[in-house]
Ligand binder design. Structure first.
Ligand code: 2AM
Length: 184
């Protein structure tokens, strides 16, 4: 039997926006504020799946591939800190309905497939800093990044050499019409 993988579904911001966010973060947070997430690792989780066998991964990907819904626009214009989980995050003041609908669907599919889903309400966010040791000043409102979300991604979380890397395994197009998912 093959080994399980640590998986999650997420939205990947375009690379130029990942870079802009990282530049903005460097300008607004002190290096000691926390551990910065690498640009290529910045993502917005829709559903965390945990450790998943190859068979279950296939079943979950099949279900995800059946999702038919149009894309939407995401406006990242909010930020905050969660002291308990020790992260600083970027989010959206008005989550688009499409985003909430997609997360609800993926979470329901995950739960039905036996992947534990946290009872915490979905708070869409991109983690910017981890292991924050104290309360940090959050930049005042006025920043924002806007992009079209036309797909979502099945990621694998790989921890090696003391680093976590998120690797896209499969991409799923958002559109009015059913589409076939693309393996990457
Ligand atoms: P976070 O950024 O708020 O930590 C991969 O770990 C992604 O899944 C991260 O975006 C993480 O959110 C999210 N996630 C949600 N629930 C998780 C859990 N129980 N364990 C690890 N990551 C989780």
């Amino acid at each position: 039997m093959s080994e399980s993988k640590r998986l999650f579904f997420a939205i990947e911001p375009p690379a130029n926006i990942q870079r802009q966010i990282v530049r903005w973060r460097a300008e607004h947070f002190q290096p000691e504020a926390g551990r910065p997430v690498a640009a290529a690792n910045l993502h917005l989780t829709l559903a965390f799946l945990g450790d998943v066998s190859a068979d279950k991964q296939q079943a979950l990907a099949k279900l995800a591939g059946r999702i038919v819904q149009p894309g939407f626009t995401l406006n990242l214009d909010d930020a905050g800190q969660w002291l308990r989980s020790r992260v600083v995050w970027l989010g959206t003041r008005q989550p688009p309905r499409g985003l909430l609908q997609l997360a609800i669907l993926l979470r329901a599919q995950a739960a039905r497939s036996g992947c534990y889903q946290s009872p915490q309400p979905f708070h869409p966010h991109i983690t910017l800093l981890r292991n924050t040791s104290h309360a940090v000043a959050i930049p005042p409102p006025g920043f924002h990044w806007t992009f079209s979300v036309t797909e979502f991604v099945l990621y694998e979380s790989i921890f090696s050499n003391g680093r976590t890397r998120y690797t896209p395994l499969q991409r799923f197009a958002l559109s009015e019409q059913p589409r076939i998912s693309d393996e990457v």
